[in-house]
Design a protein around this ligand. Structure first.
Ligand SMILES: [Zn+2]
Length: 154
């Protein structure tokens, strides 16, 4: 969602956060990738993830959606009356900054954001971006997860 000052804020629900981390961890040491799903009228809320097989020949440092899985995932969204909020992928060994190959990995889609889950540090770090033109710009992401010590999510 675009605010008056042009900045963007998205929310990652607790369930989507938990599943996102699990899906990305299960693909290590390869990059995981998939779709960020919304079923809310507020299109800035991510409340689900839909993993797609990474068929990039170099899956440890890049990703590419498996085409048939991508098509069936988009169909499934329509059937379930959900919508595409954006894409996610993981960086198993690097910081959560878009790489040069990231632009090629996900199909262009107006308004779609990109989440990067980095396992560079002990605690995974998630960052969000969008790409209105040639440049990746940061998107503010609120993560609705509950931690035992009630620590505020970054
Ligand atoms: Zn990347």
């Amino acid at each position: 969602m675009t605010q008056d000052d042009g900045s963007l804020t998205y929310t990652l629900s607790a369930n989507a956060y938990t599943e996102l981390l699990a899906r990305c961890r299960s693909e290590l040491p390869n990059e995981a990738c998939g779709l960020l799903i919304g079923s809310n009228t507020n299109h800035a809320i991510i409340d689900g993830v839909l993993p797609i097989k990474n068929v990039h020949p170099n899956p440890r440092s890049a990703f590419a959606f498996e085409p048939a899985a991508w098509i069936s995932a988009m169909y499934q969204l329509q059937v379930n009356k959900q919508h595409l909020v954006g894409y996610y992928h993981s960086h198993p060994r690097s910081i959560p900054i878009p790489s040069t190959s990231d632009s090629a990995g996900s199909p262009p889609q107006a308004g779609a954001i990109t989440l990067i889950v980095s396992f560079f540090t002990h605690e995974p770090v998630i960052r969000a971006y969008w790409k209105p033109s040639d440049e990746w710009l940061p998107v503010e992401l609120c993560i609705e997860h509950v931690q035992p010590d009630n620590k505020q999510a970054d």
